[in-house]
Design a protein around this ligand. Structure first.
Ligand code: NAD
Length: 460
């Protein structure tokens, strides 16, 4: 039986990053992956969706340019070419990870990894089963789309985020069940392709994990693009009528409606993939694996990271946890505590946030001051024709420490790194206000927010 210092199960952004860090710390590492390296993020998540969203952005820009006197003739779309480009991007990044595995002398096993009661890892699902042994194990098996129990679900034809990237035809219409992050990103993709989109959201607003003002702004923009948004509405039944599917919905006021649609996308959250640890009796935190700040499970030689442990279920959170787990498994001491995790929604306009929201500050009883600056007077945003959006800044009244920022607008998913850096260094509004920001940039809106918070902003 081959032996290793550290075995990692799962090759997504949690697992492969942990494996590389462990190898760089001088450990002999094995990585077990059933599918493709890169996990959900690279193969069925962040990267393919961002590639398709870039297409959506370009289609929108072409449409908008008409009003600016730039005519490019009628837009034609080739789904085949768009999906081909998406596959090329995935392949390039996947090859990069394969190269990094080789460079780190990480032995990659293709198959399903399962931790046995005696601590060995059995690898199955391929022609030949094998078993390896490791002193420490990092489990990073991610999550799978959650499919709710609904009347008619068994005979319904629906996509999840695992299957929608291989859609073969642009449908005339699509109903998206769930107005969370996946739901709104796909609403942007499909509406740009001319699809009639309806979002059915059970809660009282879309992207409920974000600031209510961000939800409101995004909902307004999506509606302007023609997306129908039904909030406080649940799906009660799915029916088939020939090639058409019927989605029966009911509002919280008891109003029912039958929506005819060609396609259906279900994105109502993800459930942890516990397949690698089903033979162990690990401590749990609801449906997720419980870990301490060092990413250790209740069995100290077994670490868990990523979607498996819940939390934000974001690729970069998984990678940060993977680095911490690898360091601790390699005998160092690192903690996840205090890591600042930014969040990005790649819609148009984009939404990005870091730290706590106004509501969270209130809930924690914190004495904070909140300011919101608009992009409507921002020179760069106006020049780009995208001056809709805002920056909201939350800081503690006593010391001016920045506790949270939400941004809506163009490029904010890039800009969120600035407030994240301030928060990482426990920076204050005063320090942000004293920093020179280039002009004209959208980042000036954050600087303006700091000035406004202090009551000495130039424009607000
Ligand atoms: P989510 O938790 O973001 O949103 C699910 C939404 O579905 C919620 O708004 C919820 O109220 C609603 N919902 C639940 N059950 C419903 C029902 N029966 N009918 C109608 N609505 C219902 O989940 P998601 O959008 O599936 O995304 C899964 C995970 O992937 C999230 O944790 C998300 O953060 C992550 N993700 C992140 C990004 C990004 O960072 N840009 C992109 C995609 C996914």
């Amino acid at each position: 039986m081959s032996t290793y210092d550290i075995a990692v199960i799962g090759g997504g952004p949690g697992g492969y990053v942990a494996a590389i860090r462990a190898a760089k710390l001088g450990k002999k590492v094995a990585l077990v992956e059933y599918g493709h390296l890169g996990g959900t993020c690279l193969n069925r998540g962040c990267i393919p969706s961002k590639t398709l969203l870039r297409h959506a952005e370009i289609i929108e820009q072409i449409e908008k340019a008409k009003d600016w006197g730039i005519e490019a003739g009628p837009v034609t779309l080739s789904l085949e070419k768009m999906l081909k480009r998406k596959d090329q991007v995935i392949k390039k990044l996947r090859t990069g990870i394969e190269y990094l595995m080789k460079q780190g002398n990480i032995e990659v096993f293709s198959g399903l990894g399962e931790v046995e009661a005696d601590g060995t890892v059995r690898i199955s699902g391929q022609e030949k089963e094998s078993t390896i042994k490791a002193d420490k194990i990092i489990v990073a098996t991610g999550s799978t789309p959650f499919v709710p129990t609904l009347a008619g679900i068994d005979s319904a034809r629906f996509y999840t985020s695992d299957t929608v990237f291989d859609i073969e035809k642009i449908p005339d219409s699509i109903v998206i069940i769930g107005g969370g992050i996946i739901g709104v990103e796909f609403a942007c993709i499909f509406t740009s392709l001319g699809v009639d989109v309806t979002i059915v959201e059970m809660g009282d607003r879309i992207i409920p994990s974000e600031d209510p003002d961000a939800s409101k702004h995004l909902a307004k923009t999506l509606k302007k693009k023609g997306v129908r948004i039904l909030t406080n509405t649940k799906v009660t039944e799915l029916k088939q009528a020939g090639d058409t599917q019927q989605v029966v919905v009911e509002s919280d006021k008891g109003k029912t409606e039958v929506i005819d649609t060609e396609d259906l996308l279900i994105c109502v959250g993800r459930k942890p993939n516990l397949s690698a640890i089903s033979k162990l009796d690990l401590g749990m935190n609801g449906p997720f694996v419980k870990v301490n700040d060092m990413m250790q499970t209740s069995q100290p030689n077994i670490y868990a990271v990523g979607d498996l442990i819940g939390g934000w279920q974001l690729a970069h959170a998984a990678s940060a946890e993977g680095v911490v787990a690898a360091a601790n498994a390699a005998g160092e001491r690192e903690s996840i505590k205090g890591k600042i995790i930014p969040r990005c929604v790649y819609t148009s306009p984009e939404v990005a946030s870091v730290g706590i929201s106004e509501a969270e500050a209130k809930k924690r009883g914190l004495h904070v001051k909140v300011v919101k600056t608009d992009l409507s007077a921002n020179g760069k945003a106006l020049a780009m024709g995208e001056a809709e959006g805002f920056v909201k800044l939350i800081a503690d009244v006593k010391h001016g420490e920045i506790l949270g920022v939400t941004m809506v607008g163009p490029h904010v998913t890039e800009m969120i790194a600035e407030p994240t850096a301030f928060m990482h260094l426990e920076g204050t509004v005063e320090e942000l206000d004293s920093m020179v920001h280039a002009h004209p940039t959208i980042s000036e809106a954050l600087y303006e927010a700091a000035g406004s918070w202090l009551g000495k902003g130039v424009h607000s």
